[in-house]
Design a protein. Structure first.
Length: 662
């Protein structure tokens, strides 16, 4: 068995051969009696080597590019506050890079060739040096070519410098990925020629008959005709599917049966990382509730659920408390349900959980095209009660006890919604939306979908987490309202496999998105496509406007559903050039990328610092008043509970006769 202390610290630098040509680092090995053989302690210095090597999966052999000879790469474990040095030796003949996904590093250490540094040339090396200002679950990956698709990624854990607010007995990384024996260059070329080349789940005659039975002949024919007129398919959900992908957990297929051990009654922390190139997953453990405690590396208020959707590049930490011995199936199902991968959680090594049957293939609707004018019609805001998923009382979210103690510029508390263009007190910059060959469709009415669990999960008979339910554990650090708002459209011509922001592919961008240091910016994303896009902003966290007041979840990556309009607020604190892109690898390669340039502004930074200093002072004052009030209440409660001293009885007439003595 693996104790919390001895947990994942196995095999950072050493690998175990699982078969001809395939090696796994110790942290990724299936639990067993020999699972303790390798150690990887928290460190401040790491040596990483990027190379090409053979890999074997399911009896087939291919070629991988990975770190230190393994896929996934080694676990890198820091401690919050440490200064770290990571030396990378590139043994490839081509350039490579490593991006520290979600880490707040100086821009020239961010690892994006052509944006933050030149890259690491073939047969050359580079040394990353930075301080670690945060804790949580993150990951690293290449930002060069398609190397991420063929194995160049691995997990990062940063231990907090103080006490971890999340209590647990043991932990596992659950790193999800997708692998194809086709080269990524071939996949991309095929997508450019026929964008639906990997979609083998189109509607059939039995689907037609089933729809006719439910909706009638006229409506069914009308629906088919409408999709035909748009030259689109309601089953076009994922570009690259299980037709070419094998889905993996910690480098294992379902048949490999990765095992994670536990003792009944333990609190087990699962650090779930979606390190895939193109696959959004739905994650569940049938029969075992999960409590979400962290999103994108930052702590959230505990939220119990039975399933959640995880976009590419997102991370979620969950706590499970198995009462029985299991085995339990950890299921990661692709969003289009073309495949899944299953691992086993049990109290005994070698146990195998039953693999659940694949659920029916989801189908897009008019709502996903922004053409549903039904009950959800406007920009409805906060529906945290969705599908019976109760949220804990959040009375402190909206006003945080500031009655009579106004915070400076607290408009963001009141305006954390999405439809701000009509009521905002700040300027809103609409884009000049290019409508050339790169933009084939624009949805008529995008709407808020933060209260929706994700495609195919609307009618499942159990709880599913939604963005609207997430609340930051800590109060958001910046209370200021936005200085301005920018609107960015996610655009495409799917038939030509062209993806872009505001109709402009990255290769055609003439200028970056410019922020000034100290500025507070609201970014509104409008998805004019029929696909879900995980949008990632490098170098900073943003507060997702989900109705959570000053406890909105802070994220670095957000899934934007088809026809969805959402917004987030970001503080421009880190000067430099930062990548901003869709984290679906082939979408980014096809043009859905931009650069956010934060320009130095000493005056703006000074204004920000002054406001935040005043905010902190008033927060301290409010906290002092709250503590004083609590002390008074506790004192009053104590007095009410203390019985009065027992009084001596009044002497009777007989007592007086005997001098007051019996």
């Amino acid at each position: 068995m693996i104790s919390r202390r001895r947990f994942l610290n196995y095999g950072s630098g050493t690998a175990l051969a699982l078969g001809a040509g395939q090696f796994l680092p110790g942290w990724a090995q299936s639990a067993g009696h020999d699972h303790h053989s390798m150690q990887a302690n928290v460190a401040k210095s790491f040596d990483l080597t990027v190379d090409e090597f053979p890999i074997t999966l399911g009896g087939r052999q291919g070629r991988a590019i990975g770190v230190n000879g393994t896929v996934p790469g080694p676990l890198i474990r820091f401690r919050e506050g440490d200064d770290v040095t990571i030396h990378v030796d590139n043994r490839l003949d081509v350039d490579t890079s490593i991006h520290w996904h979600g880490l707040l590093v100086p821009f020239h250490m961010d690892g994006v060739p052509g944006v933050s540094f030149p890259g690491i040339r073939g047969r050359d090396s580079f040394t990353y040096k930075f301080s670690v200002p945060q804790s949580g679950t993150y990951w690293y990956h290449s930002h060069s070519g398609f190397q991420e698709q063929i194995g160049h990624f691995g997990p990062i854990i940063i231990d907090p410098k103080g006490k971890d607010p999340v209590a647990y007995d043991r932990e596992y990384v659950m790193l999800l990925s997708d692998w194809s024996f086709e080269s990524p260059e071939r996949i991309f070329s095929k997508l450019k020629k026929v964008s639906h080349t990997y979609n083998f789940q189109e509607r059939t005659v039995p689907d037609f008959l089933e729809d006719m039975g439910e909706n009638g002949l006229s409506e069914t024919l009308s629906d088919r005709a409408m999709w035909g007129d748009m030259r689109m398919s309601p089953r076009d959900i994922s570009d690259v599917t299980g037709a070419t992908y094998q889905y993996l957990i910690n480098g294992h297929t379902t048949s490999d049966n990765w095992n994670g051990l536990f003792e009944p009654g333990e609190r087990v922390r699962l650090r779930v990382i979606n390190a895939s190139a193109m696959t959004i997953f739905n994650v569940r453990i049938p029969g075992l509730p999960m409590t979400v405690v962290q999103s994108d590396g930052l702590n959230v208020q505990p939220l119990e659920t039975d399933e959640f959707q995880i976009g590419v590049a997102e991370t979620y930490d969950v706590i499970v408390e198995p009462k029985g011995t299991g085995p339990y199936a950890f299921v990661a199902e692709s969003i289009d349900r073309s495949g899944q991968v299953v691992a086993t959680l049990s109290d005994r090594a070698g146990a195998r959980a039953s693999e659940p049957e694949m659920r029916p293939v989801p189908t897009l609707t008019m709502r996903d095209m922004g053409m549903d004018h039904g009950s959800h019609g406007g920009m409805d805001m906060d529906h945290s009660g969705h599908s019976g998923h109760a949220m804990p009382a959040m009375a402190s979210d909206d006003h945080s006890g500031h009655s009579g103690h106004a915070m400076p510029a607290m408009a963001s508390d009141d305006h954390s919604g999405h439809s701000m263009a009509q009521t905002a007190d700040w300027p809103v910059e609409k884009p000049h939306l290019e409508t050339g060959p790169g933009v084939a469709n624009i949805n008529m009415m995008p709407l808020s979908r933060l209260d929706e669990p994700g495609l195919g999960l609307e009618d499942v008979p159990h709880r599913v987490m939604t963005y609207s339910q997430l609340r930051s554990l800590e109060r958001n650090p910046d209370p200021r309202a936005p200085d301005r708002e920018i609107e960015i459209h996610l655009t495409s011509n799917m038939e030509r496999y062209m993806w872009s922001f505001d109709g402009v592919r990255f290769s055609e961008v003439k200028a970056p998105l410019t922020f000034r240091e100290g500025e507070r910016v609201r970014v509104t994303l409008v998805n004019n496509t029929m696909m879900t896009h995980p949008i990632h902003l490098h170098g900073m966290f943003f507060e997702l406007n989900n109705g959570g007041g000053m406890h909105r979840p802070r994220k670095h990556t957000v899934n934007v559903k088809p026809a969805e309009k959402l917004s987030f607020d970001v503080s421009a604190d880190h000067v430099g050039d930062w990548a901003f892109h869709c984290h679906l690898l082939y979408h980014m390669a096809a043009g859905m990328m931009q650069v956010v340039s934060i320009l130095p502004d000493a005056a703006g930074a000074a204004r920000r610092d002054k406001v935040l200093e005043q905010s902190d002072h008033q927060m301290d004052h409010s906290q002092h008043k709250m503590d004083h009030s609590k002390h008074q209440m506790d004192h009053s409660a104590h007095e009410m509970k203390t019985p009065p001293a027992e009084e001596a009885p009044m002497p009777s007439h007989e007592d007086h006769k005997h001098g007051g003595r019996p």
